[in-house]
Design a binder for this molecule. Structure first.
Ligand code: TUI
Length: 315
């Protein structure tokens, strides 16, 4: 067992949080992860509150364990989804890709545990003063929308900046990554890409297969020119995107090009012209396994890694 401040805060056996990925993190995955002893997290993406409410009901029907909901702050439905979190008493709310300041007070009053994603120590410190319960320090190795600092550099700096538990994200794909995160001072990890390749994840089989086939150089970043850097697998879509940015296309043209690409990959299985958002750990992912098995295996690998490192210490 790995008992940390995070397992104690969340009331879960294992210090592993599943990333709340838009389109990908539906109730089936969240339930499987929570039942496996991690924290399953639903991804609200850009969806309206009615869709999110139906997902929440399914989670509550299928597990009595703690779970979370991720709210990307650029969603056009952010206000109604936060109101839903409050009305439905969602136990854990994670936020991403923006500043959650206006929502922290109301969520805390409703009894939620609030864990924003940060990409810098300074931002983590500001949010801590507002009463958040933990921070997710996400490095640029992650899939999807990213910051610009690597996980190895970011995590210890966020650990030094705050007193609340820190969750390391980005570049964590197995138990060695979990052990490394704990060594950096984190109290747990969030994994996204690794959880896509689980049997309960409802993403299209082509999406999972593309991640399994990719190696460590298989990703690239699109959208940096318009201030929305997004890491995804290299494919004809991302190469066309790169070409569009290289020749200085307008923001409008780039936004139009990118719109709907994630859904196309996740739902339709178009891994050629869809955006297959995935992190640099894609090269570490070799199989599709049940989520509970993945949680169990990750903890066992971390324990083995920590024992190995402990063995290097001479009195
Ligand atoms: O949110 C994410 N990753 C995402 S959201 C997403 S959905 C999407 N769909 C289509 C196109 C683009 C995106 C895919 N991936 N991760 C959390 C995250 N948050 N990463 C980095 C940050 C972040 C960065 C800067 C959070 C806060 C921040 O600073 C805010 C500030 O005001 O300083």
């Amino acid at each position: 067992m790995l008992t940390t401040r995070l397992t104690e805060l969340l009331g879960i056996p294992h210090p592993i949080v599943q990333g709340g990925m838009a389109w990908v993190a539906t109730w089936e995955l969240a339930v499987a992860v929570s039942e496996g002893g991690g924290l399953g997290v639903l991804g609200a993406g850009n969806a309206p509150a009615d869709w999110v409410r139906a997902q929440l009901r399914q989670v509550k029907e299928h597990t009595a364990r703690p779970f979370g909901l991720n709210v990307p702050l650029f969603s056009p439905c952010v206000d109604e989804v936060i109101a839903l979190c409050i009305a439905e008493r969602v136990p854990v709310v994670t936020t991403g890709a923006g500043n959650p300041t206006p929502y922290i007070g109301p969520l805390k009053e409703a009894g939620a545990i609030v864990m924003p994603v940060v990409a810098s120590g300074a931002f983590a410190k500001r949010l801590e003063r507002m009463g958040i319960d933990a921070v997710i320090a996400e490095g640029e190795e992650s899939g999807g929308h990213i910051g610009s600092v690597s996980t190895m550099a970011l995590v210890p700096q966020v650990v030094d900046a705050v007193t609340v538990p820190v969750i390391a994200a980005g570049g964590v794909g197995d138990g060695r990554g979990l052990a490394a995160a704990l060594a950096l001072g984190a109290s747990g990890v969030q994994m996204g890409t690794r959880f896509i390749c689980t049997s309960e994840c409802t993403a299209h089989a082509n999406y999972k297969e593309a991640i399994v086939k990719a190696n460590e150089r298989g990703t690239m970043v699109t959208g940096a020119s318009i201030g929305h850097p997004v890491r995804c697998l290299r494919n004809p879509m991302s190469r066309d995107f790169e070409e569009l940015e290289r020749r200085g296309a307008s923001d409008q043209e780039i936004i139009e090009f990118g719109t709907g690409r994630l859904r196309r990959a996740v739902v339709e299985g178009d891994v050629v012209y869809g955006s297959v958002m995935a992190g640099q750990v894609s090269g570490l992912v070799h199989d599709v396994v049940p989520a509970a098995e993945l949680v169990r295996r990750t903890v066992a690998e971390a324990e083995a890694a920590l024992a190995r490192v402990r063995g290097l210490v001479t009195p």
